[in-house]
Structures are given as structure tokens and as C-alpha cells.
Design a protein around this ligand. Structure first.
Ligand code: ATP
Length: 581
């Protein structure tokens, strides 16, 4: 049962236990809240027996003691029910966020290319918060109310079953109205939320494109479009609220009319001597409480109607398969061997096939080829951003899919074309390469990566803030930070995605100098967009349409007179002065 609850509500085992406990306490709480009614009924029964038989009232001390007992029971049940509920809910939602974060940490990076980042943050923040709300304010109470209604129904049936049927006759009708309004409200809510999304996208686009809007004199058009959207959203919102208010009014009206039926039929049966006056009182008080509890039940059900979608999304995330690999081998060497490698982003459409090559330690292996030939894909497989479907990749004879990913990542440094930078100082951006590096180590890596030249000219030196994603830095400076990170990491394998964008010659020289220092004595695999930068590569692999077209040294490939030679000649024609390091 615990397993079922835990899966059904995306809870931990402890969370499922707490949920059961909170439901039981909520049931007890609902029952205990009926005690003042029993106090009143006891008094009425006393009074009726005094009128009919002259039997004296119970002593005042009895009523005082009974009243005090009720007070203590209500206080205790409220205390235990609320503390158990809130402690359970907040502990569970903190645990859920940690579990989700842990899951996200272990998912392959390919997962992130399938998922939108805003969708993931929505799951971790909003979905968990919505579930938190449902658990603290609705779900256990719903269980408690349903259990209470069953007990109350049995009690009334045993007291006088025909009147029990009369009192419950309005419940299915109110449920029908609730269901009908639910479908209508659901549609209205959907419209409202899609308008909200549209509106936030529109606002975001307007802010992002504020320069173009001004230059192209689009202020009025943009303003009109935004106003129209806001007006539409306001109307839909009012419609949604109206629908809720009307249905709530209708439900309440239907249930209250049940009281009229109880008085009518109860009064008739009392006159027929089929029901005592006391029983009639019991019915009147119990049904008025039952109807208000049913209204509360509908309110709670409305609160949790979208929870199923949230739970499904959270469960889907938990079910994502994690990347395999547990070993932390000591590598005898860092040769990278690729054999019969095949992979497709979509299983039915292979992007690379039959790739075989060996990148030796201490050498530079270059991947070249036309755009779309699969160079970046091979990189993604080498660094386990994606897992290959066929063949193998080994480092020092160990298959990378058997290696613990965290451990593997300590052995590989990647210098990407698109450097991601954080809105902090130059120094802290470099430290990302190795979090526990000392200031001296960071500065030394920065120096080797030729960062001194621009960092020391910045207003606060290495403490200068570089803006959102390094907006205050040039392309070459960004790349040098990325190289400094790789220096700091000092991994034995370096994957280098060379820039294809033109840097000014001073920057290009600085980047090339930094790279030459970085790759010494390592296994280096480089994607070269410009062939002049790989003149000294020991081994060149030419890719075409996801397959190896040819491979060898530069001289061998030129002698081959195939694709590489054509690419080389084309580039020599395009550039005048090759920069060869
Ligand atoms: N995430 C992805 N999902 C689906 N297809 C992809 C994805 N990334 C790349 N591809 C496809 O895989 C093929 C190889 O792309 P890849 O990026 O590896 O080529 P490339 O040689 O690095 O190109 P470039 O030199 O232009 O960077 C291309 O047809 C590309 O459209």
C-alpha cells in the first residue's frame, strides 16, 4: 500500500507513511469537531426527557466537565493534525527537491538537449510547490472528509434509514453540478494559462527587442498588441472566476435545499410517530454539518484538480534512465580508441557510422570535414554528452560507458567554441575549471592562457565583473578564459572545438599560444574548422556524411588527392597568410 501511495503521489516511503498518518488524523479531527454538536444533543435529550417524564437535568458539573473534555480534545486533535500535516508536507517537499536535484545530476547530458530548461525548473520549483500546497491544504483532508462522510452516513442510516436517504439525495445532484462546472472551468483555466504564457513571451520579446522596436518605429504597434493581449487575458480571467462563483453558489444552494427536505420529511415522520423529536434534532444538526463538509470537500477537490498533471511530470522525471558506469580505473595510458562507432540522435536515422581511429597520448588528432559531417557529434560521444549506440570508445583500454561519469569528467577538459561564462569576476570564472583551486593556481592558469593581457587592463583586474554571460568580453578573451579553465583542470585528455569565427590577428595569436601550451603531453583531439591551424597534427581524420572519408598525416592526405586536398586548396585560396603554430 505504501508503495502504491508513494508512486501515485510521487512521494518517498517516509512521505507516503506521513500522508497516511495525516489522513487518519484529519479524519479524527473532523469527527472531534462534531463533539460540540453531541454536547448540544445531549442537552436537548436531557431537556426532552425532563419535559416528557420530569426526570431532572444532569448536574452542571457534568456539563462543565464534558465541555472541558471537548475543548481539550479539539485542541489536541487540531494540534496533532496540523503539526503532523505541516511537518510532513514541508519535510517531504524539501526531500522531493533534493531527490529531483539528485536525479537531474545523474541524468545524461543528452537529456538536457531534449528538455527545455524552463520546463525543468518549473518541475523542481512550481510542481513541487503545487504538490506542497495540495498536501498541506487538501489531500489528507479530502481522505479525512470522505471517511467522515462514510461514518456519518452509516450513523444516520442506523438512526432512521428513510430520512438518511432523503438527506443524501441532494449530494449526487451537487456532484453532477460540480463535475459539469469542472469541465467548463478546466477549459477556461487552460485558455487563461495559455494566454498568460503568450503574454509573458510577448513581454520578454518586447524587452529583448527594445532597440529594434525603437529604431524601426514600432512602438505603437507593439503597444497595441500588448494591450489587446492584456484585455483578452483580463476577460478570460473574469470568465474563469465567474464560472467558479456560479458553480459554488449552485452547489451550496442545492445542498442547503437538502435541509428543507429533512425538515419536511422528518417533520412528517415525526408527526406519524415514526421518528422521535430527538432523532429529528440529530438529523438537522448532522446534515447541516455534513453539507458544509461536502462544500469543503468540493473546494479541496478543486484545489487538487491539476495535481495529477504535476505528479505525472515529476514521476516521468524520476523514471528517466540514468547514465550507467561505476568504475574508477587507474588508466595505464590515455590513448583514446574509437571502434566501429555508430550513433543517431533519432535511432532510425544514424548520423555517424563505422568510425575507427586512435588518438594517442602526447599527440594531436584532428577531426576535419564539411559542415554537418559529424565532427561535433563524435566529440559529444567522446565526452559522454551522449551515449553511442554501436561500437566502443576506450580510454587506456577501459570502455568509457563502464566508467563513473563524475570520474570520467575529471579526466577530460573541453574547450568549446561557445564558452559559457557566469556573471561574476574573471577570477571566479576561471576557478570553475577546478573549484578547490587556490588563488595562486587560478592566476597561474590565467597567465598560461594569456589572460593577463586583458585582465590586468580591466578596471578591477581579475576581480572585474564580466557581465551576463561575459557580455563585456571579446570573443578571444572569452576563449582564453575557457582555456584557463582547462589549464586549471589539468586533465590528461583535451577536447578542443576550435573557433570558426574570425578573431583579430592579435587575439588569434594569443589564443593559439595559449592552446599550444595547454596541449603539451596530453591526448588532444581537436575539431579544426580551418586547416591551417592543424599543420602539426600527428593524425588527421576527414569526415564526410558521418563516415571517415580518409585519414593520415597532412602529407599523406595531400598525396591522396581526395577531399582533404580539395578543402586545403580551397582554404589556401581564401586566406593569404597562414598562422601556423
Ligand atoms: N541535437 C541534434 N538533434 C538532431 N540532429 C542533430 C543534432 N545535432 C546535430 N544533428 C545533426 O547531426 C549531423 C551532424 O552534425 P554535427 O554537428 O556533428 O556536424 P559538424 O560536422 O560538427 O558540423 P559543423 O562543422 O557545422 O559544426 C547534422 O546533420 C546535424 O543536423
Amino acid at each position: 500500500m505504501l508503495n502504491r501511495i508513494s508512486h501515485q503521489f510521487a512521494l518517498s516511503k517516509q512521505g507516503a507513511k506521513n500522508y497516511l498518518q495525516a489522513s487518519c488524523l484529519s479524519f479524527i479531527n473532523t469527527i472531534v469537531e462534531m463533539l460540540p454538536i453531541s454536547f448540544f444533543l445531549l442537552f436537548v435529550s436531557d431537556m426532552l426527557s425532563f419535559i416528557s417524564t420530569g426526570k431532572p437535568f444532569k448536574s452542571i458539573y457534568f456539563y462543565l466537565a464534558f465541555g472541558l473534555l471537548i475543548f481539550i480534545l479539539i485542541a489536541l486533535s487540531n494540534y496533532f493534525s496540523y503539526t503532523s500535516l505541516y511537518v510532513a508536507t514541508y519535510t517531504e517537499s524539501a526531500a522531493s527537491r533534493i531527490r529531483l536535484a539528485e536525479k537531474l545530476r545523474t541524468l545524461p547530458l543528452s537529456f538536457y538537449s531534449r528538455k527545455d530548461v524552463s520546463e525543468l525548473s518549473n518541475i523542481v520549483l512550481n510542481d513541487v510547490a503545487d504538490l506542497e500546497g495540495a498536501f498541506s491544504h487538501a489531500l489528507p483532508q479530502i481522505n479525512g472528509i470522505i471517511a467522515f462522510l462514510c461514518v456519518a452516513g452509516i450513523g444516520l442510516t442506523l438512526t432512521h434509514w428513510p430520512l438518511a436517504i432523503v438527506s443524501f439525495i441532494v449530494v449526487p445532484l451537487s456532484f453532477l453540478v460540480y463535475k459539469l462546472s469542472f469541465y467548463y472551468e478546466q477549459k477556461a483555466h487552460k485558455d487563461y494559462f495559455s494566454l498568460l504564457t503568450e503574454q509573458s513571451e510577448e513581454f520578454q520579446e518586447t524587452i529583448e527587442k527594445v532597440k529594434e522596436i525603437r529604431f524601426l518605429n514600432q512602438k505603437q504597434t507593439t503597444k497595441k498588441a500588448l494591450y489587446a493581449l492584456l484585455e483578452k487575458q483580463e476577460k478570460t480571467h473574469i470568465k474563469t472566476e465567474m464560472a467558479t462563483a456560479i458553480s459554488q453558489g449552485l452547489i451550496s444552494g442545492i445542498l442547503q435545499s437538502g435541509m428543507g427536505l429533512v425538515i419536511l420529511f422528518g417533520g412528517y415522520w415525526w408527526l406519524q410517530d415514526e421518528l422521535s423529536l430527538f432523532q429529528l434534532f440529530v438529523f438537522l444538526l448532522a446534515t447541516s454539518r455534513i453539507y458544509s463538509v461536502i462544500i469543503e470537500l468540493y473546494e479541496k477537490l478543486s484545489m487538487v484538480r491539476y495535481v495529477r498533471i504535476r505528479i505525472d511530470r515529476i514521476n516521468q522525471l524520476y523514471q528517466e534512465s540514468v547514465q550507467e558506469g561505476e568504475t574508477t580505473p587507474v588508466f595505464p595510458h590515455y590513448d583514446v580508441q574509437v571502434q566501429h562507432l555508430a550513433f543517431g540522435y533519432h535511432p532510425e536515422k544514424p548520423v555517424i557510422e563505422g568510425i575507427n581511429f586512435k588518438a594517442k597520448e602526447g599527440q594531436v588528432t584532428a577531426l576535419v570535414g564539411p559542415s554537418g559531417s559529424g565532427k561535433t557529434t563524435v566529440f559529444k560521444l567522446l565526452s559522454r554528452l551522449y551515449d553511442y549506440t554501436e561500437g566502443s570508445i576506450t580510454i587506456g583500454n577501459e570502455n568509457i560507458q563502464a566508467i563513473d561519469t563524475e570520474y570520467l569528467f575529471t579526466k577530460i577538459a573541453i574547450v568549446f567554441q561557445d564558452v559559457t561564462l557566469f556573471n561574476t569576476t574573471i577570477k571566479e570564472n576561471i576557478r570553475i575549471g577546478r573549484n578547490n583551486a587556490t588563488d595562486e593556481e587560478v592566476l597561474q592558469a590565467a597567465k598560461l592562457a594569456q589572460c593577463d593581457e586583458f585582465a590586468l587592463k580591466s578596471p578591477a583586474g581579475y576581480e572585474t565583473l564580466i557581465g551576463e554571460n561575459g557580455s563585456r568580453l571579446s570573443g578571444g578573451e572569452r576563449q582564453r578564459i575557457s582555456i584557463a579553465r582547462a589549464f586549471l583542470k589539468n586533465a590528461p585528455i583535451v577536447l578542443l572545438d576550435e573557433t570558426s569565427s574570425a578573431l583579430d590577428s592579435e587575439n588569434e595569436l594569443a589564443v593559439q599560444t595559449a592552446l599550444s601550451a595547454l596541449i603539451k603531453q596530453k591526448t588532444v583531439i581537436v575539431i579544426a574548422h580551418r586547416l591551417r591551424t592543424i599543420e602539426t597534427a600527428s593524425h588527421i581524420i576527414v569526415l564526410k556524411d558521418g563516415k571517415i572519408a580518409e585519414q593520415g598525416t597532412k602529407e599523406e592526405l595531400l598525396a591522396n588527392n581526395q577531399l582533404f586536398k580539395r578543402m586545403y586548396e580551397y582554404e589556401v585560396k581564401t586566406f593569404d597568410t597562414p598562422i601556423v603554430k
